[in-house]
Ligand binder design. Structure first.
Ligand SMILES: [Zn+2]
Length: 336
C-alpha cells in the first residue's frame, strides 16, 4: 500500500469517527436534558409566592398561608406523626400536589361558598388540615415538639416537590389502609380509569388491618340506604336482605343487592359509614353485623403500606412511584 493511500484511508477513518462522535452528541444530549428536566421541572405560578387561601367553614372566613406551611398542617392531620420520616415525606409530596392542582383548577364546591378560597380543611371536601393550635391539643405537650419538628423536616426536605404524569399534576388520592389486599384500580371505585391509579400489591402491614365491626338494626337498613321498599326483618331470607353481585380482584365489593335493589359497594360504604368495601356480614336475629378490613377507598397510596415500605428502607420517591404508577417528581416554584 502506498503511503498516499494509507494516509487517505487514515484521514477517512478519522473523519468517520468524528461524524459518529458528533451524532452521539446530537442524539444523547437532548435525551439527557429531557431526563434531567423531567426530574427538576419548574412550574411557575403567577404571583410572588405560592399562597393557599383556606376556607374556615365555621366562621366563613378565608385565611391565607404559604404553601409549605399549609402542607405541614395537612401532613399533621392526614398521617400519624409516629410514622417513619420517609412515609411523612411521601405524604407531604402528595398533599402539596393536591394543593397546587386545586390552585390551578379551583374546586367549585369551595368557590361557590367563597370565591377567594381555593381549599377547605374539611377532609370530606378536600384534604384535612389542622392549625398549630389544633396540633397542640391533639398531641400531648411532650409529643408536640417532637412531632411538629418531624413533620416540618418531612416538608422542608421535599420543599416544592410535586408529582406529574406525562407533564401534568396528578390527583394524588390516598387512603389509610388497603386492609392487606393491595390497592384498587380507580375505575372500580369512581368509574374513571386513571392510568397512574392502578391496583398494586401492598407491603405487609398487620397493624392497619384490624377488623372493624358495624352493627345495624335490619328494620333500619333500607331507610339508611335510601331504598323505597318495605323494611326487611329477621324473618326475611338472608339472600333477600343483602347479596353480593360482584367483587374486584383485590376482594372489594363493587355491586350488591340490598332488598332487591342494585347498589354499588362505594354507596353502601358511604351511606352506612363503613370503613371499607372489603367486608362480610352476619345476620343475627334483628341485626346485621358488618365485618370489614382496612380503611378508605383503597385507591392510590396506602398510608400504612407507605409506613411499612419506609421501615424496609424505601425512600419517599420509591414509595410514591410504587403507588402512583409512571409518575415523576418535579419542582413547583413561585416567583421569589
Ligand atoms: Zn396497604
Amino acid at each position: 500500500m502506498s503511503l498516499y493511500i494509507w494516509r487517505r484511508k487514515r484521514k477517512y477513518r478519522l473523519l468517520s469517527k468524528c461524524i459518529l462522535l458528533l451524532l452521539i452528541v446530537i442524539i444523547l444530549i437532548p435525551i439527557a436534558l429531557y431526563i434531567f428536566t423531567e426530574e427538576t421541572h419548574e412550574m411557575l405560578i403567577e404571583g410572588d409566592t405560592i399562597r393557599v387561601q383556606l376556607l374556615l367553614h365555621e366562621s366563613g372566613k378565608v385565611i391565607e398561608l404559604g404553601l409549605e406551611e399549609y402542607v405541614v398542617g395537612v401532613v399533621a392531620a392526614e398521617m400519624p406523626a409516629s410514622f417513619p420520616l420517609e412515609a411523612l415525606k411521601a405524604q407531604a409530596v402528595a398533599a402539596r400536589t393536591y394543593a397546587v392542582k386545586r390552585i390551578q383548577i379551583p374546586d367549585p364546591r369551595i368557590t361557590r361558598i367563597n370565591n377567594k378560597a381555593v381549599l377547605s380543611p374539611d377532609s370530606a371536601i378536600n384534604q384535612a388540615y389542622i392549625s398549630v393550635e389544633e396540633m397542640k391539643s391533639r398531641w400531648c405537650k411532650r409529643s408536640y415538639l417532637t412531632y411538629k419538628n418531624k413533620i416540618t423536616q418531612a416538608v422542608s426536605e421535599t420543599k416544592g416537590e410535586v408529582l406529574l404524569y406525562e407533564g401534568n399534576l396528578i390527583d394524588p388520592v390516598y387512603h389509610s389502609s388497603c386492609g392487606g389486599c393491595g390497592t384498587e384500580d380507580s375505575e372500580n371505585v369512581w368509574k374513571y380509569e386513571i392510568p397512574y391509579l392502578r391496583s398494586v400489591p401492598c407491603n405487609n402491614h398487620p397493624e392497619g388491618n384490624k377488623e372493624a365491626i358495624n352493627i345495624f338494626k335490619l328494620s333500619k337498613l333500607n331507610a339508611l340506604m335510601g331504598i323505597q321498599s318495605r323494611a326487611v326483618s329477621h324473618t326475611s331470607s338472608n339472600q333477600r336482605i343483602i347479596k353480593i353481585l360482584e367483587k374486584t380482584a383485590s376482594g372489594r365489593i363493587t355491586t350488591l343487592l340490598v332488598s332487591g335493589q342494585e347498589v354499588s359497594g362505594a354507596e353502601l360504604r358511604s351511606k352506612l359509614s363503613l370503613p371499607s368495601t372489603i367486608l362480610n356480614w352476619v345476620i343475627e336475629k334483628d341485626e346485621i353485623k358488618f365485618i370489614s378490613r382496612g380503611y378508605g377507598h383503597g385507591v392510590g397510596m396506602c398510608q400504612y403500606g407507605a409506613a411499612s415500605l419506609a421501615k424496609e428502607g424505601k425512600d419517599y420517591g420509591g414509595i410514591l412511584k410504587h403507588y402512583y404508577q409512571g409518575v415523576n417528581l418535579a419542582l413547583v416554584k413561585g416567583r421569589e
